[in-house]
Design a protein around this ligand. Sequence first.
Ligand code: AMP
Length: 517
Amino acid sequence: MSTRWVFTVSEMISFATETRAQAKSLALVPTMGALHEGHLSLVRQAKIQCEVVVVSIFVNPMQFGPMEDFARYPRDPEKDFALLQSSKVQAVFAPSVAEVFPAGFSTSVDPGPIATVLEGAQRPGHFRGVATVLLRLFNIVRPDVALFGQKDFQQVVIIRHLVEDLNLPVRIVVCPIVREADGLAMSSRNAYLNARDRRAAALLSRSLKRAEEMAQAGETDTPKLLGEMHRVFDAEPSLQLDYAAIVDPAKLEPVAQVVPGSVALVAARLGTTRLIDNLIFGPPGSTPEMKLQLALTTRAPDKERGADARPEIDRLRVKIENCRDCAAVSSISLPPRDFLVKYLQRDYPDLGSTRVLVIGGCAPMHSAASPYSHPEASNLFVTRLYDLLGVRDFTEFKAHCALTDAARCHATGNRLDDRTLEYCAKHLREELKLFPNLQSIVILGEYAYLQFQRHILSRERPSIMRFGELLKSEGWAKETVRLPWQGERDVRIFYCYHPTFESRKSPSLAAFLGLKP
Ligand code: AMP
């Protein structure tokens, strides 16, 4: 499909309705245009997450103050379109102001106190404009996923609140900051800078980097970190600091001590150009994605709790979060969806393209035995699994299927009881929702079967056959079901013996799954 312009709201609604009718997942990347690599990183992530990507380009007058740069904000629609065409985006939604805010438009969304600090204090009404236009865009496009940059950290916090508070049916994905070689965060407004200001602008990221270095060397005292940041800025008199702050990532309230997930934010003016930047503190060696995850899963600080308990808890949380086997334990304290997306995407960057999900209790997912850790080394589970599915090797397996160990959830005994299966099913349900285009599910073994029948299909005992009886003659069985979140689509379910189940083996499902090359 080639890239197309969409200029009107009604045309956009038709495009989105058509996409949904084809059961395709849809991602929205809202921008104000003058696109750069930062925007394109969101587009790339959107392509991974969904089949259809819409990028909106709209310089929103409602989020600019009367003395701000709305009129002169850089606009280059033809260049933007060419970039989006190369990125294979399906639609570029570029409505006029009159389309988005027709005469008589009078509603606005007030995001509350969180929109009155930091950027909100400097730019009164800014986030009201942002929230209002986004709610309108979400309702027009009705995307499954919307993508935003960490570059506008406060905006991300406000949008996540908006989605949660108003129960908007969209998943928010946040991408790390893309920077120039000297550290300056990419921004459409960098185009305003002359050569001298451009050099001075690098101090924003340098001050943040300095604070990070100190924190990683063990300095957690916020006044000391802020003092050092101010020293960096003082070296450049043309840079006028609006604010430098270190806050908790949930409420954006100043913190006395930095912990993993705390955020440093800066805003400064160079002449008439205003720039912002931020940094999430994390353990040494943590990736930008891990830091984002830390910040976005941190709860609001608990005033009652002793301050000294936090580093311990945070360290434990990081440890758990980085361990795939701890999915169930971890998602008690972390939002399960965010967590599951994160670990699944390590192995399957494009969840939307997975057609066959293989569910098996006891699948060897822990690092040493995982088929993904040592694809070349065969073990009983892997050989039998590939045989059952009719794939030749690890590469072929990953191209067609995803594997999850739904019944594990840290159960260590030989027999899994009902409560364990019920508990793990919560996470399995969340996990299933992450695959928008599933056509088939292969269920390996009795525990996964029971878990699926009772807790995913909500069947009661009398209608659940004994596993051996169900598979008696052929060694496998098949049925077609509708999963509530998959809409009107049928999903084929195949039940068979677990590949390691003693000597009982199910015949190949390859022909039915259509995986044979
Ligand atoms: P804007 O066009 O400035 O409204 O930005 C559109 C989206 O791109 C927002 O979600 C921004 O946070 C994101 N964005 C802007 N600059 C960057 C960057 N340097 N790295 C990552 N995302 C960015």
